[in-house]
Design a protein around this ligand. Structure first.
Ligand SMILES: Nc1ncnc2c1ncn2[C@@H]1O[C@H](COP(=O)(O)OP(=O)(O)OP(=O)(O)O)[C@@H](O)[C@H]1O
Ligand SMILES: [Mg+2]
Length: 312
């Protein structure tokens, strides 16, 4: 399969500050990449470079083999962009917004009107089509944004935090629309701060922090690598903490961590058999135990763990 989006060592500084620091991406045609990261990670900067709004100062980036710096005009014909902040003109109606974009893309009046009407219907905005965009709810505005980025029928779609601030229903609706685009063969790069969103939509995920890629893979891989089950044991006597840790470390496939302040020991559990082995060994040790529990970190905890400062 060929790459729809390819970057190598992509970098961008603002003054002395490296906002994007050697990012490699390879997104196969027709797939969805989730670009995940906390505030300031460099997600929007990366999207701006890929959509030709910003020049990188290191590395390279291609959309369907077309270099974003050398051939921005051709790249613009291949892409659609829904920015992090609403990009529609609030002072005109939804229908006028879409019509105007069609005209900017050099569609005939008739084609621009037809395309606008199709999209208004698809995004359930027909009723509100004549109303000024500033009277739209957040969800309607996001749908209008997405509709606007689809007028050109782009091969590659960039969505920068498409659902931030939306209620669960609007978010699900938008996810369905993104899935519909993918079914039509569009390649999507979406940025998000929600692991859940990545899990719902993305074939693969790249986690960035401080402008660098810190992890990549499928959401399932990230979950099992960084957020698998944890066995949490609290001995009755804090003086037994090390002995409990030794027992668990021997039985498990990784070493157990002692938390002196909490008076507990945790062991990462790779597979269910490791759990029964560890609990069995604990029983045989006959050390008095106050509590034993297993915890599955939420996706958010996995994300926090991935992006926690190295010193923590
Ligand atoms: N034009 C600019 N001038 C100076 N610094 C900038 C500029 N644009 C972005 N930055 C800085 O680069 C870093 C990355 O910003 P970016 O907007 O790419 O982050 P982000 O991952 O999209 O964050 P968020 O989740 O908050 O949208 C931030 O520290 C930001 O302050
Ligand atoms: Mg951003």
């Amino acid at each position: 399969m060929s790459s729809a989006i390819l970057t190598e060592g992509l970098s961008k500084s603002f003054g002395d500050f490296r906002a994007v620091d050697g990012v490699d991406l390879d997104v196969a045609e027709g797939t969805v990449l989730g670009l995940l990261g906390p505030n300031g990670a460099g997600k929007t900067t990366t999207v701006r470079i890929l959509s030709t709004l910003l020049r990188p100062d290191g590395g390279r980036a291609e959309i369907h083999g077309v270099d974003v710096v050398r051939n921005p005009q051709r790249v613009r014909q291949l892409i659609g962009l829904t920015g992090q902040y609403a990009s529609v003109d609030e002072g005109i109606s939804g229908a006028e917004n879409l019509y105007m974009i069609g005209r900017l893309l050099e569609l005939s009046r008739r084609d621009a009107r037809d395309r606008a009407n199709q999209l208004l219907e698809r995004f359930r905005l027909t009723e509100a089509a004549g109303r000024l965009a500033k009277t739209y709810s957040g969800g309607m505005r996001r749908r209008l944004d997405l509709a606007a980025s689809l007028i050109s029928e782009p091969a590659v779609l960039f969505l920068d935090e498409p659902t931030t601030g939306l209620d669960p229903r609007s978010r699900n609706e938008l996810w369905d629309e993104v899935r519909a685009c993918v079914r039509n063969g569009t390649t999507v790069l979406l940025t998000t701060q929600y692991m859940e969103e990545a899990e719902a939509l993305a074939d693969s995920v790249v986690v960035v922090d401080g402008g660098r890629v810190i992890a990549s893979g499928s959401t399932a891989e990230l979950r099992s690598r960084f957020g698998g089950q944890v066995l949490h044991v609290r001995p009755l006597n804090p003086t037994d903490l090390r002995r409990v840790a030794d027992v668990l470390s021997l039985a498990g496939s990784s070493s157990a961590d002692v938390d002196d302040a909490d008076g507990s020991v945790t062991l990462a559990i790779g597979d269910p058999s490791a759990l029964t082995r560890a609990v069995g060994a604990l029983g045989q040790s006959e050390l008095p135990i106050a509590s034993v529990e297993t915890r599955t970190p939420s996706l958010d905890e996995t994300f926090l763990k991935l992006t926690e400062p190295a010193t923590a």
